[in-house]
Design a binder for this molecule. Structure first.
Ligand code: S3P
Length: 440
């Protein structure tokens, strides 16, 4: 779902960034607030909602399923829950746009309903793997068709779900969350064990809606049939959007740069650990939090970064931040090695391949590995980058301009609006020289 007309960024080199900036609301939490609010009893008030292409796709889908959602302000949303059995069939396929989270979590939400649903998306989403979700849901009794493992996903309604005990084959919060959402409608207990910790927003938010969720080590479980009680949700600033400015500041903010009001759930902040390993100076100042998600101001100062061997166990905790970590590595002394990151190949683009090609285009030596990348830090030149329609690739290369010797042109950037509407203006506010060009 392209909601911004800009097709290309031209980012001129700049040596210095700084100041203070606020980033839009968290994408993962905004999706979940709408979905859980949609099946709760009563009115859920969401503040700090991310008004982006991805989250608007979830909003449109829930409305098509009969949920009443109003927006008294752009970032204020009121969801009148339909209750656990109150959703109704959509006349048309549900279009999830570019949003993997919307599609995968909806599979869990809808596979146990009495009606059938069809889920579709944009060209990128139609290529992404859905069997990772369909398989465990079928074990619960769901009837699901995919087309060679990809969307369209058809969820045949009217089946009774039963709880399962499932060991995730990959570290994926989307798969975990889909199983838990299906588990709410299943008989008995649903248990999911993860191979490595992943973001736990679903668990935290379910608890906030009054659902009993048990966590023991790597296993999370819930008893089916529990009702959700509407609540207020305050969405923190998205750490994944803050990440671009955090790296820009580590590279080029001698007087410091602060991102205010960012969610610092420890299952999301692996990037900070990685940057600290590379020598970054980062201060996290906790703020009184208004809910289940910790909130902080993050201040970074420019420092000389050196390459590092990134511990693979940090990778799931920084899964969406790796593109911009690769930019930090390209600007660091010596070599950085990232492994255990094969999941990057099935994101909005093959992020390992897209980043390797982009880094080569700006003169960085790197070696693409099946599950990661080896990057030799050094000087960056200007060049032309194909973002492959991937928002995070586009924004990562905008940050690279702090070390390039001439402009970087980034193509196919409309999807930046799926996660960070207003990115060019926010980037300019910290000193990046981002110019936008409309389609020819
Ligand atoms: C997300 C989980 C991650 C992440 C995505 C958002 C979520 O995906 O990359 O951007 O909201 O649960 P995976 O579960 O595929 O790792």
């Amino acid at each position: 779902m392209n909601v911004e007309a800009t097709q290309r960024y031209r980012v001129a080199p700049v040596q210095r960034v700084g100041g203070a900036v606020i980033v839009p609301g968290d994408k993962s939490i905004s999706h979940r607030a709408l979905m859980l609010g949609g099946i709760a009893e009563g009115q859920t008030r969401v503040s700090g909602f991310l008004q982006s292409g991805d989250c608007l796709a979830t909003m449109a889908a829930l409305r098509a399923l009969g949920v009443r959602i109003t927006q008294p302000g752009g970032h204020e949303v009121i969801v009148t829950g339909a209750g656990s059995a109150g959703l109704s069939a959509s006349l048309a396929p549900l279009d999830m746009g570019n949003a993997g989270t919307a599609m995968r979590l909806s599979m869990g939400l809808l596979c146990g309903q009495k009606f059938s649903s069809t889920l579709i998306g944009d060209a990128s989403l139609m290529k992404r793997p859905m069997e990772r979700v369909a398989k465990p849901l079928r074990l619960m009794g769901a009837q699901i068709d995919t087309r060679e493992g990809r969307p369209p996903v058809v969820l045949h309604g009217g089946t009774n779900l039963r709880g399962i005990d499932y060991l995730l084959p990959m570290a994926s919060a989307q798969v975990k969350s889909a199983i838990l959402l299906a588990g709410l409608q299943a008989s008995g207990i649903t248990r999911v064990t993860e191979p490595a910790p992943t973001r736990d927003h679903t668990e935290r938010m379910l608890e906030r809606f009054g659902v009993g969720v048990e966590r023991q080590g790597a296993t999370v479980s819930l008893v089916g049939g529990q009702k959700l009680r509407a609540t207020d949700i305050r969405v923190p600033g998205d750490f994944s959007s803050a990440a671009f400015f955090i790296v820009a500041g580590c590279l080029a903010a001698p007087d410091g740069l602060t991102v205010r009001g960012v969610g610092v759930n420890p299952t999301r902040t692996g990037l900070l650990d990685m940057l600290r390993l590379m020598g970054a100076r980062i201060t996290v100042t906790p703020l009184a939090d208004a809910g289940p998600e910790p909130l902080a101001d993050i201040t970074v100062h420019q420092s000389v970064l050196h390459g590092a061997v990134i511990p693979p166990e940090l990778v799931p905790l920084a899964i969406d931040e790796l593109p911009v970590l690769f930019i930090a590595a390209a600007c660091a002394r010596d070599e950085t090695l990232v492994t255990g990151a094969e999941e990057l190949r099935v994101k909005e683009s093959d992020r390992l391949a897209a980043m390797a090609a982009g880094l080569a285009a700006v003169g960085v030596q790197c070696e693409l590995l099946p599950d990661g990348i080896r990057i030799q830090g050094g000087a960056l030149r200007g060049g032309r980058i194909d973002s492959h329609g991937d928002h995070r690739i586009a924004m990562a290369f905008a940050v690279a301009s702090v070390r390039a010797d001439s402009p970087i042109e980034i193509d196919d950037v409309a999807n930046v609006a799926t996660s960070f509407p207003g990115f060019p203006a926010a980037a300019r506010a910290i000193g990046l020289l981002v110019q936008e060009s409309p389609p020819p």
